[in-house]
Design a protein around this ligand. Structure first.
Ligand SMILES: NC(=O)c1ccc[n+]([C@@H]2O[C@H](COP(=O)([O-])OP(=O)(O)OC[C@H]3O[C@@H](n4cnc5c(N)ncnc54)[C@H](O)[C@@H]3O)[C@@H](O)[C@H]2O)c1
Length: 352
């Protein structure tokens, strides 16, 4: 019989990402939904009935329970550091939603907790499980588009369609660049490594003051290793086609244009190595000078994320999307915001 890991999901609103995680836990053959923890008791009861798992409203009640192996942390960003550190110190493996945290101090705290404990911590930078980006990574790693030259990615959303809540807090300002564009930053880091310097411009023309103090639009230029130039754009108030995380990768031999809400990745090449046709193209075909490669949709692939984490735990493998990865992504975001506020380029300081 398959080994079962018992999972608690922390932070399950009626529409939030905790629902996607809960469904993934129920669907995974190696996991069982042991508890739901949600501070809003009405929502906790509702989700408990829906998913058939007991609920609690205070996560501290779960820390010393022997029948929990994994905590999936889906609480607001500014609470990640405390909740994650508590579960790690209680000996539970943790899958923490992105962004790791909103500040470098919180990131350092989580890196320390990760080092001090035996439990495994993985960060839910879910674009690394989005089929179109996984395909692009394979193409880039096979050298098909040559050396990267210029890369860009965008996160566009319209938060005015969402209820006012923690995302709009003045007490814990959550800049859309860290909150949302961390997806784009993480993707570019995944393809090109850690940028060294960033220069950003922002403005605040779309959302009213009730949506929080931060700029709602920002554009950041970055210098990556190997002389790669990059750009990340965020808007959390524009008329947006949705969070497709439209991403472009220009290389010395080819270009990839893609988005998570498009069922095709488009590859432009001078000439394709004959032996790479099979692995790269699959059943793709030539179209408008580009090659369209079909990809599955699914930008919130929590199921694949959980499957990987379960494999890492059951087979004692190293974590892939580590706390370090999450912290490095946040470091870039923090530096970009600082640059937009000071009007100067910022050298990116990564946590120790
Ligand atoms: N991977 C993605 O693409 C993605 C998408 C959406 C959200 N997120 C991230 O997931 C997290 C949750 O976002 P959301 O949109 O689901 O928010 P949400 O507000 O819908 O849900 C968060 C829930 O946590 C609850 N909560 C707050 N403090 C708690 C505590 N101490 N214990 C238990 N429950 C608590 C809140 O009551 C709320 O119901 C955030 O970090 C967010 O950035 C990631």
């Amino acid at each position: 019989m398959d080994k079962m890991l018992r999972v608690a999901v922390i932070g399950v609103s009626l529409e939030g990402i905790g629902n996607s995680h809960s469904r993934s836990v129920i669907a995974n053959k190696n996991t069982e939904l042991a508890y739901i923890c949600e501070v809003n008791e009405e929502w906790a009861k509702d989700r408990s009935a829906l998913y058939g798992a007991p609920y609690c409203t205070d996560y501290h009640d779960l820390l010393d329970k022997d029948d929990i192996d994994i905590a999936i942390v889906c609480v607001p960003d500014h609470l990640h550091a405390q909740v994650v550190s508590d579960f790690l110190h209680a000996g539970k493996h943790v899958l923490c939603e992105k962004p790791l945290a909103l500040t470098s101090e919180d990131c350092q705290r989580m890196l320390d907790a990760d080092r001090e404990t035996e439990a495994k911590l993985m960060i839910g930078q879910v674009c690394r499980k989005t089929p179109v980006f996984v395909k692009a990574k394979q193409i880039v790693d096979e050298g098909v588009i040559g050396d990267l030259v210029y890369i860009e990615s965008e996160y566009s959303h319209n938060y005015s369609t969402m209820p006012i809540h923690w995302r709009n807090s003045y007490e814990y300002p959550r800049h859309g660049f860290t909150g949302g564009a961390c997806h784009s930053v993480d993707l570019l880091r995944w393809f090109a490594g850690n940028p060294t310097e960033v220069f950003a411009y922002g403005n605040h023309k779309l959302l009213g003051p009730e949506y929080g103090p931060c700029d709602d639009t920002m554009c950041a230029m970055m210098r990556f290793p190997n002389d790669v130039v990059g750009r990340v754009f965020v808007s959390i108030g524009c008329m947006s086609p949705g969070t497709g995380i439209r991403t472009l990768l220009y290389g010395t031999k080819g270009t990839i244009i893609m988005a998570a809400n498009n069922p095709h990745l488009t590859l432009y090449l001078g000439q394709l190595d004959f032996e790479k046709r099979e692995t790269v193209l699959g059943n793709g075909h030539l179209y408008n000078n580009g090659i369209q490669i079909p990809v599955a949709l699914g930008s919130h692939n929590t199921a694949a994320e959980l499957e990987e984490f379960v494999d890492i735990i059951l087979n004692d493998k190293p974590v892939t999307v580590t706390c370090r990865e999450g912290a490095d992504t946040v470091a870039v975001c923090v530096a970009a915001i600082e640059s937009s506020q000071t009007g100067k380029p910022v050298q990116i300081e990564y946590c120790k």
